[in-house]
Design a protein around this ligand. Sequence first.
Ligand SMILES: [Zn+2]
Length: 168
Amino acid sequence: MAAGEFVSVHSQADTEEADLERERLELSADPEAEQRELTSIYMRRGLDRMLSQQVAAQLMKHDALGAHARDELGITEAFSARPLQAALSSAASFSVGAVLPLAVAAFAPETTLLAWTAGTAIVFLALLGAVAAQIGGTPVAKSVWRVALWGTLAMAITAGVGTLFGTS
Ligand SMILES: [Zn+2]
C-alpha cells in the first residue's frame, strides 16, 4: 500500500519535473512569447492589459521560471508532490489502522466481534486517511475514500485467506 502511494505520487513529481524542464526550454528559446503568455494569463484573471504587462515583466525579471511554474503550470513549492512523505503517512495509517481494531476486538462481545472489528477498522482507516491528507497536503475527501476503500479490500482479502487456510 505504501509502495503504491510512493509510485503514484512519484510519477506526479516526474510529470511536474518534465513540465518545468519544458518551461525552462521555452523561456530560453523565446522569452518574449513567454512574457506575452504570462500577460494573457493575468488578463484572464481580471487584471487590465497595462497592469498585466507590468506584472508579467516584473515577475519575469525577478524569477521567470517561478512565475511560469506558479501561474501557468499551477506548481507551487507547498503543493508540489512529496512522494516519500505520502508513502510514510500511508504506511503509518495502515499499521495503526490494523492495530486499533485488534484492541477493539479484545473488548467486543464475541457474537458481534467481526462487525465490531471491521466497522471500527474502516472508521479508523478513514480518520487516518484524513490525517495523512493533511500531512501530505492532498485533498482530504479523496484520501479518505481511497484509504477506506483499499483498506477494506485488504481486510476482506486477509479475512478470505485466513478462512481458506484456517489461520485467522
Ligand atoms: Zn510559459
